[in-house]
Design a binder for this molecule. Structure first.
Ligand code: MN
Length: 717
C-alpha cells in the first residue's frame, strides 16, 4: 500500500508547487469513508483508489486528477454525496468525481449495450473533461490487475471482454499506449489463457537462444548513430503477448524471428534529427521494403507521431525501429495525458482547452487516414446516426440523429412529451422542431394545458414520439365521431317522432359488436354503420322513412339505386318500359341535372349527368346513347342522395360544425367516409339526403361558408 507521504512525494517530484494539503485531506477522507470495506482480494477497499491514484502519478497528472482518483468510488460505494465533496474539495473536483461516478453507472448497464463502438463513443461523449476518462481507465487497469480475486468465472469473462472491446480501444483512441497494452494483455490472459501461455513459452525460448541479443543490437545501433554525430537515446523491448498474438492473427503467420517480437526505439532532440537518424540507419543496413512509414508528416488520428522503418540490422536480424523526438515520445506513451501533465511545474492544459482538445480528437477520429483507422472510421460511421443529449440533471438520452426537442421530451417520458410547449437547448429557448446535436443539454418546458399537436407529426423523428402523437389524435378524432354519430341518430329519432336517449341504444349494442353507446356513435360518425340500420334494429316493427343505401354499399336486390319518383317508379322519361335502370356511381345524377343514358346489352341503361367525364369513353359508340330526362314530378318528389367531397380542417369541433350546417339546411348525412388524413386536413366524402340538385347546391354553398370547411364540391367520379 502506498503511504500518504509517498503519494505526496510522487506528485511533488513533478509538480514542486503542488497543494499538499488537498492531497492529504483526500487521502484521509477516502480512507475514512471506505472504512472497513474490503476488496475481493481481502485487502482494505481503500487500497484500490490509492493504487488508481498511483497509476495516474506515472502520467504526471495534476493534483485535481489525483484527488479525483482517491475519491472516485466514494459517491458510488459510500454514504458520501457530490455536494459534500464540493463543500470540502471545491466544485471542480466535485464535477470530476461526479463524472467518474456517472461513467461507472453506465458500466453497470453495459451488458445492454451490444455495440462496443457505440459504447466507446458514449464514454468519450460523457467525458467532457478528459481527466474523467483518465481516472476511469486507471480504475479499470487496477481492477484488471486484481481480476484473479473475483471468484465467479462468468464475471471475470464479462469484465475481461468489456476491457478488450471497450476500454483498451478507448485507451488507444486517446493515445494511452501503455495502459492500452496492459489492459489488452490482462484481458487476453483471462479470455484466452492457452494462447497466451504458448506465446510466453515461445518468447522465453527465443530470448534464451538469442542470449543478450537485444542489448547487443542496441549497442551497435548506438555506435553507428554516434559515428554520424546523431545524439540519441536507444531502447529495445519485447512486445506484449497480446500484440504478438494480434499480429499473428492479422498476418496469419507464426513467429520465428525476433523482429516480430522486438521493438527498438531511437529518441532524439528534434525533427531534423529524426530524419538524420533515419538516413544513417538506412545507409548502414539493408531496408526491408514496405515497412517505412512517416507518421511525423502524417500523424495518426490519436496524435501519435514517429518514423517507422524495418531493416536487416545488426546480427542479420530483421528489426523494427521507431524514431521520434522526446515530445513525440511523451505523447506516444501517454497520449491525452501528456496534455495534462506538468511541464516546468505548470499544467499544460486547462479547463477550456481540455474541451477543445477533445473536440480536436474527435475531429481527427473522423478524418482518419490509414486503412486500419479507416476501418475504425467506417465502423464509427455506422453509429453516426446517433446523438447523445443530456437532461438538466445530467442523465443521458440517446437518440437517432435528426431527433428534435419533441423526440427528446417523449424519450424522457410520454407525459413530458404530451405536455411539452417549448425547450431550452444549452440554456437557450429554441423551437420544438429544432434538431439536437451531440452533447446538447435539453431542458423541456411543459404545461398541463398542452396536448400533442398534429403538426408535430411532420417533424418528429422517433417512432415512439410519432406513435404517441397519432394515438392522441386518434382518440381526439374518436371523440368527434362520437359526437357526430350521436347527433345523426338523435336527428333520425326526432324525424321519426321518438325521443332519443343513450338508453335507447343499449339493447342493440351487442348486435353491432359494441361495448358501449360511444362505440356505436363512433361507428356511425365515421361511416362504418348507417344510422337507419341502427334505428331499424331498435324499432324492428316500426315503419319509417325508407333508409337510403350507402353510396358504396353493394346493390340491393335489383332495386335501382338512386332517385325514385313520388309513386315509387323510375322518375326518367324516354326509356322503353321495363328497361332496367342504374344511376351512375361516378356522377350521382340528381333530379334537376341534365342527364343522358348509356345502354349496355343485357344490363339496361345507366344514367349519367351530361357533363360526366365517363361519357368520353362512349363518344364513338353513338348507338348506345339514350336521350332521357327527368319526369316533371321528380324534382319535388322524395329524398335522394347527393354526394359531396369535402376538405375539413383537422381541428376540434370541425365535424360538429359540419353536421350542424347540413342539418340547418335540411340535409341528412347518410354516409361519411374519410378518404385521406393529414395533420392539417381530412378529405372526406359524405352522402346527404336532398330533394334535388338545387337543394344540394344550397347545402354545398352553406358548407363553403363555414370556417372549419376548406372546400366543398359535388363529388364527381
Ligand atoms: Mn473503482
Amino acid at each position: 500500500m502506498i503511504r500518504q507521504y509517498e503519494l505526496v512525494e510522487r506528485v511533488r517530484a513533478y509538480d514542486p508547487g503542488v497543494d499538499e494539503d488537498v492531497l492529504n485531506r483526500a487521502y484521509v477522507f477516502s480512507m475514512k469513508m471506505h472504512g472497513s470495506q474490503r476488496r475481493a482480494s481481502g485487502d482494505p477497499y481503500f487500497v484500490h483508489p490509492l493504487e488508481v491514484a498511483g497509476i495516474l502519478t506515472n502520467y504526471k497528472l495534476d493534483a485535481k486528477t489525483i484527488v479525483t482518483a482517491l475519491l472516485h468510488d466514494t459517491v458510488e460505494d459510500t454514504l458520501t454525496t457530490v455536494e459534500e465533496i464540493e463543500k470540502i474539495f471545491g466544485p471542480e473536483i466535485a464535477r470530476l468525481v461526479d463524472g467518474v461516478t456517472k461513467l461507472s453507472r453506465i458500466e453497470l448497464q453495459s451488458d445492454l449495450t451490444k455495440q462496443a463502438e457505440n459504447f466507446r463513443k458514449l464514454l468519450l461523449a460523457m467525458s467532457e473533461d478528459i481527466r474523467v476518462l483518465l481516472v476511469k481507465l486507471a480504475d479499470r487497469l487496477h481492477n484488471m490487475r486484481t481480476i484473479r480475486f473475483i471468484s465467479s468465472p462468468e464475471k471475470r469473462q464479462r469484465i475481461a471482454r468489456e476491457t478488450m472491446e471497450i476500454y483498451a480501444p478507448l485507451a488507444e483512441r486517446i493515445g494511452m499506449r501503455r495502459i492500452q497494452e496492459e489492459l489488452e494483455d490482462t484481458a487476453f490472459a483471462e479470455l484466452n489463457p492457452d494462447a497466451r501461455e504458448s506465446i510466453v513459452t515461445r518468447l522465453k525460448f527465443l530470448s534464451e537462444r538469442g542470449g543478450d541479443l537485444v542489448t547487443r543490437i542496441v549497442d551497435q545501433l548506438k555506435r553507428v548513430l554516434a559515428e554520424e554525430q546523431v545524439d540519441a537515446a536507444l531502447s529495445g523491448r519485447e512486445k506484449t503477448p497480446h500484440s504478438i498474438w494480434r499480429k499473428m492473427q492479422r498476418k496469419n503467420v507464426g513467429f520465428e524471428q525476433l523482429s516480430d517480437i522486438m521493438a527498438f526505439r531511437v529518441v532524439v532532440k528534434d525533427v531534423p534529427d529524426c530524419y538524420r537518424a533515419l538516413g544513417v540507419i538506412h545507409s548502414h543496413y539493408p531496408v526491408v521494403p514496405g515497412r517505412f512509414k512517416d507518421y511525423i508528416s502524417t500523424p495518426k488520428p490519436n496524435g501519435y507521431r514517429s518514423l517507422h522503418t524495418g531493416v536487416i540490422g545488426p546480427e542479420q536480424q530483421r528489426i523494427e525501429i521507431q524514431i521520434r523526438t522526446t515530445d513525440m515520445h511523451d505523447v506516444a506513451e501517454s497520449g491525452v495525458a501528456a496534455h495534462w501533465s506538468y511541464a516546468e511545474g505548470r499544467p499544460t492544459g486547462n479547463e477550456g482547452k481540455s474541451y477543445r482538445w477533445l473536440r480536436e480528437l474527435l475531429d481527427l477520429l473522423e478524418h482518419a487516414a490509414d486503412p486500419q483507422e479507416f476501418l475504425e472510421h467506417t465502423k464509427l460511421e455506422l453509429f453516426q446516426d446517433q446523438v447523445f443529449c443530456f437532461t438538466p440533471k445530467g442523465d443521458l438520452i440517446n437518440l437517432p440523429r435528426g431527433a428534435t426537442i419533441v423526440d427528446f421530451a417523449y424519450a424522457v417520458h410520454s407525459e413530458v412529451g404530451d405536455h411539452c410547449v417549448g425547450g431550452k437547448i444549452n440554456g437557450r429557448m429554441m423551437p420544438l422542431k429544432t434538431q439536437l446535436a451531440n452533447g446538447d443539454q435539453v431542458d423541456v418546458i411543459t404545461s398541463k394545458a398542452q396536448t400533442p399537436s398534429p403538426l408535430w407529426e411532420r417533424f418528429v423523428f422517433t417512432g415512439k414520439a410519432r406513435e404517441r402523437i397519432r394515438r392522441f389524435i386518434r382518440s381526439q378524432q374518436r371523440a368527434q365521431f362520437v359526437t357526430l354519430g350521436r347527433s345523426m341518430l338523435q336527428k333520425l329519432f326526432q324525424k321519426e317522432g321518438y325521443e332519443f336517449a343513450d338508453k335507447s341504444v343499449e339493447n342493440v349494442l351487442r348486435g353491432f359488436k359494441c361495448h358501449n353507446p360511444d362505440d356505436l356513435y363512433a361507428m356511425i360518425g365515421d361511416g362504418q354503420l348507417i344510422d337507419h340500420d341502427v334505428f331499424r334494429a331498435i324499432f324492428p316493427g316500426v315503419a319509417h322513412v325508407d333508409a337510403p343505401k350507402p353510396a358504396d354499399a353493394p346493390r340491393g336486390r335489383g332495386r335501382a339505386k338512386g332517385p325514385k319518383s313520388a309513386n315509387g317508379g323510375v322518375p326518367i322519361k324516354g326509356l322503353i318500359p321495363g328497361m332496367a335502370i342504374h344511376f351512375a356511381g361516378c356522377c350521382h345524377p340528381l333530379p334537376g341535372d341534365r342527364i343522358v343514358g348509356i345502354s349496355a346489352a343485357g344490363r339496361g341503361v345507366t344514367i349519367h349527368t351530361i357533363d360526366c367525364d365517363t361519357l368520353s369513353q362512349f363518344t364513338d359508340q353513338t348507338d348506345r346513347w339514350v336521350d332521357v330526362s327527368w319526369e316533371s314530378d321528380a324534382e319535388g318528389a322524395g329524398l335522394t342522395i347527393g354526394r359531396i367531397a369535402l376538405v375539413v380542417a383537422n381541428e376540434p369541433g370541425s365535424l360538429g360544425a359540419l353536421s350542424t350546417v347540413i342539418a340547418k339546411n335540411e340535409g341528412n348525412i347518410t354516409n361519411l367516409k374519410i378518404v385521406n388524413r393529414t395533420p392539417q386536413f381530412w378529405e372526406m366524402v359524405i352522402d346527404v339526403e336532398v330533394r334535388n340538385v338545387k337543394h344540394l347546391t344550397n347545402v354545398i354553398a352553406a358548407l363553403r361558408a363555414t370556417p372549419a370547411i376548406n372546400a366543398a364540391e359535388r363529388a364527381r367520379g
